[in-house]
Design a binder for this molecule. Structure first.
Ligand code: PLP
Length: 380
């Protein structure tokens, strides 16, 4: 079956009582036993729930692993896999990693004794040099946020495996419709389902997908022990969102391509970061590794913060908001919003400046989006 068909039909036929065409929501916190040995597969919702299980079946099918656990946020998916490691272990992470992940690593897991190096992942020699005997993981985020750098997952997986480490890939920015990290040798895949998988800006959620039994068992244990599973209602919403993942991703990237091309030509724009532009430094790698260029882009506005403020005030369709992957187009300012939790030095090192804006293109008509940006740029 094709991807779009799997999106619609996986984890769905669950109601033998009434044959409902939609997966039911089972809000029950507890499930009764037939006798002291027998349940119908569920006993307590922290440990497992039929609606959450349906979502997990769906996501694992799309990513191509063996198991999935749906968590209450993307950060809790990351927290789950961080419990693979112990004090003294070393992790190599991207210098332009998602701001919330950077904060979790720096302010929670570093004081706990896990060691990190933040490295420009595009430079494979820098990654090789950062390897230590204690290196247990190379963390991958591609495309990166907000710079849209693409890194070679197969090359990083090879470096990691040679060093006896694993790779964990945060696949939030493209979704499995446009990129499947397991195909490139990655060991564990993560999502903030808040973004493209749910796609409607009405849930926060996460998922961890594994492809080997040992990781699957660890993840299942940790999610239950720490109590990180997502609620049945949230699971139901994400499962509903995923049904339209394919058509939505097509619409997102159609808009992003049009917006990137328009901004790239505009005299008030200094630089556009979108892997779908032939002038993007990683365009060829994106073409090879991804099944499309995605709905996210960033750009530098000439004139810095004063110009940014004027421009944002004029926008009519784009909402000034963090997050991404919803049907409505959003724009945000990494300097004070998504990446405010990074230190100013770390931001400078990662290449995030006061000129930069990040755009999540929704599924509106591309012509309307381009027109809105153009009229706002006129006022700058
Ligand atoms: C949003 C996001 C997260 C965190 O997810 P939450 O659902 O907000 O907890 C992690 N990684 C990436 C790439 C994200 O965009």
């Amino acid at each position: 079956m094709h991807f779009e068909t799997l999106c619609v039909h996986t984890g769905v036929a669950k109601d033998s009582a009434y044959n409902s065409c939609i997966t039911p929501i089972y809000p029950s916190s507890t499930f009764s036993w037939d006798d002291l040995k027998t349940t119908k597969g569920f006993d307590y919702t922290r440990s497992g729930n039929p609606t959450r299980k349906a979502l997990e079946e769906n996501i694992v099918r799309l990513e191509g692993g063996i198991d999935c656990r749906a968590t209450c946020t993307g950060m809790s998916a990351i927290t789950t896999v961080m419990h693979f490691f112990k004090p003294g272990d070393h992790i190599i992470a991207p210098i332009d990693i998602y701001g919330g992940t950077y904060r979790l690593f720096q302010s929670v897991f570093k004081p706990f004794g896990i060691e990190f190096d933040f490295v420009p992942m595009g430079n494979l020699d820098a990654v090789r040099k950062a390897i230590r005997p204690s290196t247990k993981c190379i963390w991958i985020e591609t495309p990166s946020n907000p710079l849209l750098n693409i890194v070679d997952m197969a090359a990083l997986a090879e470096i990691a495996h040679k060093a006896g480490a694993i790779t964990i890939s945060d696949n939030t920015f493209l979704s499995p419709y446009l990129q499947r990290p397991f195909e490139h040798g990655v060991d564990v895949v993560l999502h903030s389902t808040t973004k493209y998988l749910n796609g409607h800006s009405d849930v926060v959620g996460g998922a961890v997908v594994t492809k080997d039994k040992e990781h699957a068992e660890k993840v299942s244990f940790i999610v239950n022990a720490l109590g990180l599973g997502c609620s049945p209602f949230d699971a139901w919403l994400v499962l509903r969102g995923i049904k339209t993942l394919g058509p939505r991703m097509e619409a997102h990237q159609r808009s992003a391509q049009a917006v990137a091309e328009a901004l790239d030509k505009h005299p008030k724009v200094e630089k556009v970061y979108y892997p779908g532009l032939p002038n993007h430094p990683h365009h060829a790698l994106a073409k090879k590794q991804q099944h499309g260029f995605g709905g996210m882009l960033s750009f530098d506005l000439k004139g810095g913060r004063p110009a940014v403020e004027k421009f944002l005030a004029k926008l009519e369709i784009f909402l000034l908001a963090e997050s991404l992957g919803g049907v409505e187009s959003l724009i945000e300012y990494p300097e004070t919003m998504s990446h405010a939790s990074m230190s100013p030095e770390a931001r400078v090192e990662a290449g995030i400046t006061e000129k930069m804006l990040r755009v999540s293109c929704g599924i509106e008509h591309p012509t309307d989006l381009v027109a809105d940006l153009n009229q706002a740029l006129e006022g700058v």
